[in-house]
Write a protein that binds this ligand. Structure first.
Ligand SMILES: [Zn+2]
Length: 453
């Protein structure tokens, strides 16, 4: 299998380049032509495949490879849409060209997540080509609309045709970053939990007045400034969630010189500020990331106020985007914001929409299967898996709602600093290296053959 994938590497690279050239910027998405292209490609290989339209040019493709045992199912999920490439002039390559330079393939979606679409599609294609049956039935679902909430993609399929995507285990985007640890050890992060999402509108009222006599505390803009400062400085109360503690512990255990359990214990005690200070000296990026994981986050994102240059505004509206840990809900968000803003004049808070966090417990059998697959592919490296909580969210929650254990994982080249590269996911010059693309393809092709669940 591994040899066959290496021999097909130029075909795999050119498939990724082709699908980057389909402009699937969401909105409007327009994923249908791409879904059709993938359908044609996989059908030609004899893979059982279908396109499901969800209206207005939105398309999803689902394929299925029967396993030796159909009582259990493994599903590979990915999405076809991408975010806009707003600063196209800053790109060194046209974001929809799929250009190759050295070992790198450039383009919007190269990382998020057309490389995963490619790796997942080729795992089914290669298994079919080589005539090897996976142990359990393998389903491929590459869907629309993830970047706008997934309601026209996997969310739509789950509500209309749940039986098509019903599975015991799911692999999706979100994980696969490699961290170099002590003694050359490589720790791969598996996304087991994604934070929830809540948008809140805060309406702040002042008295307003004439701008020639501004010395009043009735300026709604001034009050909004105070509110933003309060929210920025807000420190979430200590909130304990076992998967966060477990993932922090496992990551730090693997990193150089820091006994993980001690750091994890400090982070979840009143010594948290001190622990974060120590960690930031060691790695400033980790500090920011950890802080986002350990409680509710509140980010002001939209502000509106003022109508005329010489009128002190009497109303200001602020939208904040919050990310929630499991157990936190809209009522919790309201109480925290009211608490943070207490004492600031008249304000009203309104929930615009929200969904809770979702997670899958660590399934040891499946984790062992994933780890064994990695060890087979990288026999000379001490590879470990560590569960991780993602501060963002993806489509995983829809399949968790059907009872599947969903893990975000597609292993990246361990020799690259993907912590930095992941910032490119929605940014300028998004790219992926051939080594990572092939490693993910090999992982997803070998796992269905050796998994033991
Ligand atoms: Zn994505």
């Amino acid at each position: 299998m591994v040899k066959a994938i290496d021999e097909s590497s130029s075909e795999i690279v050119s498939f990724l380049r082709s699908i980057i050239r389909f402009n699937t910027v969401n909105p409007p998405g327009n994923e249908l032509p791409l879904a059709q292209y993938i359908y044609d490609y996989m059908s030609r290989e004899g893979v059982d495949c279908e396109v499901i339209e969800s209206g207005d040019g939105r398309g999803n493709v689902i394929a299925r490879l029967p396993g030796e045992d159909d009582s259990k199912r493994l599903l590979y999920l990915s999405h076809l849409d991408v975010v806009p490439a707003v600063n196209a002039s800053l790109w060194s390559h046209d974001p929809f060209s799929g250009d190759v330079e050295g070992d790198w393939i450039y383009g919007r979606g190269a990382l998020d997540c057309k490389s995963l679409v490619t790796a997942e599609a080729f795992s089914l294609i290669m298994l079919k080509r080589l005539g090897v049956k996976p142990k359990y039935t393998l389903i491929f679902a590459s869907t629309a609309d993830e970047e706008a909430g997934g309601w026209r993609g996997i969310g739509w399929i789950v509500s209309k045709f749940p039986e098509k995507v019903k599975a015991d285990y799911v692999i999706n985007e979100g994980g696969g970053l490699a961290i170099r640890g002590r003694g050359g050890r490589v720790i791969y992060l598996v996304d087991v939990c994604e934070k929830g999402y809540c948008n809140v509108k805060i309406r702040i009222s002042g008295k307003g007045g004439h701008s020639s006599t501004p010395y009043t505390n009735g300026n709604a803009l001034y009050l909004m400034g105070l509110a933003i400062k309060r929210l920025y400085e807000y420190n979430p109360p200590m909130y304990r969630f076992s998967l966060v503690e477990e993932s922090v512990k496992r990551v730090f255990e693997g990193l150089a010189g820091l006994p993980g359990s001690i750091v994890a214990r400090m982070l979840f005690s009143p010594m948290r500020p001190l622990a974060l200070k120590v960690i930031s000296r060691f790695n400033p990026n980790i500090n920011r990331f950890l802080k986002s994981l350990m409680g509710l986050t509140i980010a002001p994102t939209i502000a509106n106020s003022g109508e005329k240059e010489n009128v002190i505004p009497s109303l200001a509206e602020l939208v904040v985007n919050c990310r929630l840990l499991p157990g936190q809900d809209d009522k919790y968000v309201l109480s925290v914001i009211r608490d943070a803003l207490s004492g600031i004049g008249g304000f009203e808070v309104e929930i615009l929409g929200w969904f809770p966090a979702s997670y899958s417990d660590i399934d040891l059998k499946f984790f062992n299967s994933m780890e064994s697959t990695l060890k087979l592919l990288m026999p000379n490296i001490d590879v470990r898996l560590a569960p991780f909580v993602m501060p963002g969210s993806s489509d995983s929650r829809f399949l968790r709602s059907l009872g599947a254990k969903v893990y975000g994982f597609s292993p990246m080249n361990p020799n690259l600093n993907y912590g930095e590269l992941m910032n490119l996911a929605h940014g300028v010059n998004e790219k992926i290296d051939v080594n990572s693309l092939l490693l993910s393809t090999k992982f997803l092709s070998v796992l269905p053959l050796i998994m033991n669940i």
